[in-house]
Write a protein that binds this ligand. Structure first.
Ligand code: CP3
Length: 348
């Protein structure tokens, strides 16, 4: 039996859709010349995220080339701290820089009350994309997103990326009450921000926890699983039953099982290092899996790319699955390699 639903939503509803629906993390971005053109027109990255017409345009660009099963809102996880008044800039070639929030006083100064108003332009992007899909890509679903409280806190406390986030980890151990207040503030901001996206037309939501797996197990439970589970429970009070949610606790390793069993999402993302054969065995069958091609295989292209994609598909056949990368697409990716991948996936 085939479902009348969009393929992505059918997979999120627990169906083993084949060929698997696919989309790619960071599918709108610098590897596409048409993105670079719009980005130059917007000036800086925050200006692009808050210019609904341009942000909607770049959201739709990859679909025109490759016909993905999902569009993901073009914005950034750091737009939530920005909306709460934290200083944010994206320095060319350096990544994000934030004015660090490192103690109870700074955390108490975050302006939760302005999140909805400041994110209004992003919601207009969501509505524009929803209208664009309805018109030109009727089988493509719109994914909204936020960063998970822990990952967003990493950037807020350390003030920049880098992958270690020493200030954040020390704050979590040294002043768990203050860090907990930050996590709670972020969970509430994310709840408001995600519900606005659903009102504007998002059909699924993804929670990116890119740095979750940096934590030891007890901290992973306290700062990743528990706050995300609370966020999901709070969201569900206002969402239709079974509304599709995707969690991505990157680098979780074997804790992916506990995350999938506890958090209450319909799907979990597998990062590049996750063995899909292991995940198929250790994640409950009703939770869809999403992932996990190495973004560098997509840069390399050729037989290695196709072999990697086929081995992931072989492990996932017969269970609800969404093909994706194990992390975001990288700027040197040749667009024709994405076309070769899309063509292979469509054959199932
Ligand atoms: O196509 C999409 O996936 C939608 C848009 C999207 C962006 N960022 C656009 C973006 C999404 C879903 C994100 C999520 C995001 N942002 C995450 C979680 C996923 C992950 O990759 O781990 C994180 C950790 C961020 C924070 C962030 N934003 C960093 C570290 C950087 C700099 C790194 C880089 O690639 O430059 C950004 C900037 C950013 N976000 C860009 C894009 C397209 C590049 C900015 C530019 O055009 O100059």
């Amino acid at each position: 039996m085939t479902s009348a639903k969009k393929p992505l939503l059918a997979a999120l509803g627990g169906e083993a859709v084949w060929p698997p629906p696919f989309w790619l993390m960071r599918q709108a971005g610098r590897y596409l010349p048409e993105y670079r053109e719009v980005r130059a027109q917007a000036g800086d990255f925050i200006a692009l995220c808050t210019a609904p017409k341009l942000a909607a345009e770049v959201t739709l660009q990859p679909l025109r080339r490759y016909g993905m099963d999902a569009a993901i809102l073009f914005s950034d996880i750091l737009m939530v701290p920005w909306a709460m008044g934290q200083g944010l800039r994206f320095a060319e070639g350096e990544g994000p820089r934030l004015d660090p929030v490192q103690d109870a006083k700074a955390i108490a100064g975050l302006k939760l009350g302005q999140v909805v108003e400041k994110s209004a332009p992003i919601m207009e992007t969501v509505s524009r994309v929803a209208a664009g899909l309805k018109k030109d890509h009727p089988n493509t679903a719109l994914i909204g997103f936020c960063g998970a409280p822990f990952t967003v806190a990493c950037y807020m406390v350390d003030g920049k990326g880098g992958g270690e986030f020493p200030m954040t980890r020390r704050l979590a151990y040294g002043d768990p009450a203050a860090f907990g207040a930050l996590i709670d503030t972020l969970a509430e901001a994310s709840r408001l921000y995600l519900l606005e996206q659903v009102k504007a037309g998002a059909e699924a939501l993804m929670i990116f926890d890119s740095w979750a797996g940096m934590l030891p197990p007890s901290q992973f439970r306290r700062w990743v699983i528990e706050p995300t589970a609370r966020l999901v429970r709070a969201l569900r009070r206002d969402l239709p039953p079974g509304f599709p949610l995707i969690g991505f606790p990157r680098l979780a390793g074997p804790l992916l099982t506990e995350y999938a069993e506890t958090v209450g999402v319909q799907a979990v993302g597998m990062d590049t290092g996750m063995d899909p054969v292991w995940a198929a065995k250790h994640v409950p069958a009703e939770v869809a899996l999403q992932g996990n091609l190495d973004p560098q295989a997509l840069v390399a292209g050729g037989p290695a790319l196709i072999e990697q994609a086929e081995s992931i598909m072989a492990a996932m056949k017969g269970r609800p699955f969404i093909f994706n990368l194990g992390h975001g697409i990288v700027p040197p990716t040749p667009p024709e390699h994405v076309a070769a991948l899309a063509e292979r996936l469509k054959r199932g």
